[in-house]
Structures are given as C-alpha cells and as structure tokens.
Design a protein around this ligand. Sequence first.
Ligand code: AMP
Length: 214
Amino acid sequence: MKLILLGPPGAGKGTQCKRIIEKYGVKHLSSGDILRGERAAGSELGEKAKEYMDSGQLVPDDLIIEMMIKAMTSEKSGYVLDGFPRTVVQGEALDKALNAAGEKIDGIVNLQVADEVIAPRMTGRRSCPKCGAVYHVENLKPAKEGECDKGCGPLVQRPDDKPDVVANRLKIYHEQTAAVVGYYQSVGGNIINIPAEGSPDEVTALVIAELDKI
Ligand code: AMP
C-alpha cells in the first residue's frame, strides 16, 4: 500500500503515520525526519536546509524532490509519505516519477484541523533530540518535567515549534500546501478526508476504518 498523508503542520501526521506503519507494515517516509537526519549528519543537504527549516520556510522543491524520490525508490513494498508533497510542483514531480516506475498512490489521507486547534498543539510540543520521542507540556507530559522517559536527558522545543515560526508555518501551509489537495482532486486522486481534531486514538480509528477499504 502506498499512501500520502496530508494536513497542516501539527495535525498529528507523525503520530498517525506511526500507527499506520504498525498496522499495515509499510515504511514511514517523513521528509522532515529525513531532513533532520541530514542536518544531524552534517551533510551538504542538511546545511542547505537548515536556514529554511529554522525559520519555518519550505526547503526548495528541487532539493526535496530529489531526496524523496531517492528514499521511495528503495521501498517497493509500500510507504506512507509524510510531509511530502508540500507544493503542487512536488506533487507533479512525484506523479511523474511514479508513472515512470509504473506505480501509483492508493490513497491520500487528508487530516483536517483548524488553525486555532493547531497552534497550541505545536507550541507545547517538546521532543527528545536523542531518540526523537515527542511529548506535550499539557497533553502528553513526560514522567519527569523536561526529561525524556527513556533516560536520554533534557527535552527541547524544536526551533520551528516556537510561536512566531508556527504562525509562519501555518501561513505557508495555507498559501502553498493546501493547494496540494486541490491538485489531487484535479487529477482524480483517492482523497480520504479525515476530521482530525479529536484524540489521537479517535483519529486513528477513523483512518484505519477508511484504509481497510483499500
Ligand atoms: P516537518 O517535520 O514535516 O514539519 O518539516 C520540518 C521542516 O522541514 C519544514 O518546516 C520545512 O522547512 C522542511 N520540509 C519538510 N518537508 C518539506 C517539503 N516537502 N518541502 C519543503 N520543505 C519541507
């Protein structure tokens, strides 16, 4: 099964992806995670992406397209694309690459959440720089405040989860990424709209009920 997960930043894409991969045994391909890995490794791509990411801007399409198509090529049995495509140009490039390989996307899961719900979700998020675990100051507190439950040490706020950057990311989402849904409508993609303001478990139940039909 090959899926795309769409939705604004902070809609819970990462959490839902983890559950989809557990249930269906597909690979999670997150453009944000791959970029953070490139930065941690100090690669040329990571260096190029740094400034864009920390200010909440999109990394240029050509860099992202090359990176994601390379990641997908080695995953023939199935994947969930998380955070990609984020622009219509990326969506078109993805379709071109899939057509050339004789493959197709089975479903486009679109998580729908209002901005007023998203902003506090993101600014309260804390993550472990070592193991990648994600917490929230209100909704998903670690056992000891500010410390990872797995004993890795202090939690941090991602620079792009700071309030002014969150506002910028939402603005960019509405300006550029919301159009990706329109693109998939225009090319007849199988869009699965999911109301995603409920708890993570409620959203997962809705997602799985729809994916089981594919
Ligand atoms: P994420 O973890 O998906 O929210 O991504 C974190 C940051 O990485 C974004 O704010 C962008 O700067 C960059 N990024 C991730 N995916 C893409 C993409 N498909 N196109 C452009 N920039 C991206």
